[in-house]
Design a protein around this ligand. Structure first.
Ligand code: NAD
Length: 269
């Protein structure tokens, strides 16, 4: 059979998760996605109503099929971890089995196993605050939602100063990159699983718009990167498909830059 992929962090057709799903589907993988619980209804109804049909188109003209959409909140491991106000929140109470462990169990029951796991989610409740003014709660929330996994998405803000990328998100990405290395060792030895992260350049996704200066970052990147071209979600999708494929069988523990080379610049031009 073809490979089966689970992509966590798809809730519309604008972000990196969607583009990764498409590249994997184009390469023949079966697609399962994990969608943040509060975004589930609108995502599923948009899918059903055909709102994404244009962007579901694969290079061969067929439409990407999503075999199953799982509600997911990556911040909670098991039902006991969910606070009462979340449990009773009406955006959550309509769905069930959305903690990480429950989703793992559900996927196991439905499909037995997966071959590819993609973490394409982030949430920094205080992302627009400088780190200096970030609360412990906001910081821990950012680290909790934004690090972990097998292929993940990181950002240059983990290693260089990006003013405005606050709320502990730079810290979360630094943790993610370190975890990528350590997990590559542990999962590699134990299960022969490869673990990599893509350090992506700026994209006008829903999450990025919440940061507030994404258009400035896109312009800056275009003007200063070695390759002057628009960075697309598809660039990241294709890199993810490559990393998940046997073409990358010797690549693990890596931070792969997919940013038109911006990371290599020392100063702006
Ligand atoms: P996006 O909005 O498409 O994806 C983020 C997703 O995370 C959303 O679908 C949201 O519903 C989901 N999410 C948030 N909290 C969650 C939780 N607790 N449980 C489950 N899902 C949750 O935006 P994106 O920019 O494509 O983000 C994907 C990844 O790419 C993130 O890790 C982001 O940090 C990273 N990234 C983005 C950029 C950029 O410029 N857009 C640059 C570098 C890295």
């Amino acid at each position: 059979r073809g490979k089966r992929a689970f992509i966590a962090g798809v809730a519309d057709d604008n972000g990196y998760g969607w583009a990764i799903a498409k590249s994997l589907a184009a390469a023949g993988a079966e697609i399962l996605v994990g969608t943040w619980v509060p975004a589930l209804n609108i995502f599923e109804s948009s899918l059903r109503r055909g709102k994404f049909d244009e962007s579901r188109k694969l290079p061969d003209g067929s439409l990407m099929e999503i075999t199953k959409v799982y509600p997911l909140d990556a911040v909670y491991d098991k039902p006991e971890d969910v606070p009462e106000d979340v449990k009773t929140n009406k955006r959550y109470s309509g769905s069930s089995n959305w903690t990480v462990q429950e989703v793992v169990e559900a996927v196991k029951q439905d499909f037995g196993s997966i071959d590819i796991l993609v973490h394409s989610l982030a949430n920094g409740p205080e992302v627009s605050k400088p780190l200096l003014e970030t609360s412990r709660k906001g910081y821990l929330a950012a680290v909790s939602a934004s690090s972990g996994a097998s292929i993940s998405l990181t950002a240059g803000a983990s290693e260089r100063i990006i003013p405005g990328y606050g709320g502990g998100m730079s810290s979360a990405k630094a943790a993610l990159e370190s975890d990528t290395r350590v997990l590559a060792f542990e999962a590699g030895r134990k299960h022969k699983i490869r673990v990599n992260t893509i350090s992506a350049g700026p994209l006008r996704s829903r999450a990025a718009k919440a940061i507030g200066f994404i258009d400035m970052m896109i312009d800056y990147s275009f003007a200063n990167a070695p390759v002057m071209r628009e960075l697309t979600a598809e660039d990241i999708g294709n890199a993810a498909a490559f990393l998940a494929s046997p073409l990358a069988s010797a690549i693990t523990g890596a931070v792969v830059y997919v940013d038109n080379g911006l990371n290599a610049m020392g100063v702006g031009v």
